[in-house]
Design a protein around this ligand. Structure first.
Ligand SMILES: [Zn+2]
Length: 69
């Protein structure tokens, strides 16, 4: 079963990740504790980027709002 990429391991709940050596953009990320395959590293990064973009947009709104104070 291919689980959706997530910061937490769906199997054991660990946040520790293992990044085995490999060609950039082709290696998978594994759970440090149980070895769960999180999928391709670039997919994981793309997921994080999406979350960061949303957070950044939210912070930009708060920053420009407090600039007048
Ligand atoms: Zn795990």
């Amino acid at each position: 079963m291919q689980a959706p990429t997530s910061p937490d391991c769906p199997d054991c709940g660990s946040r520790a990740k293992r990044f085995p050596p490999g060609r950039e953009g082709q290696y998978h990320v594994f759970c440090e504790d149980c070895g769960h395959d999180f999928g391709r590293y670039d997919r994981l990064v793309a997921n994080y980027r999406h979350a960061l973009d949303e957070l950044e947009a939210h912070l930009e709104t708060s920053t420009s709002a407090s600039r007048d104070a």
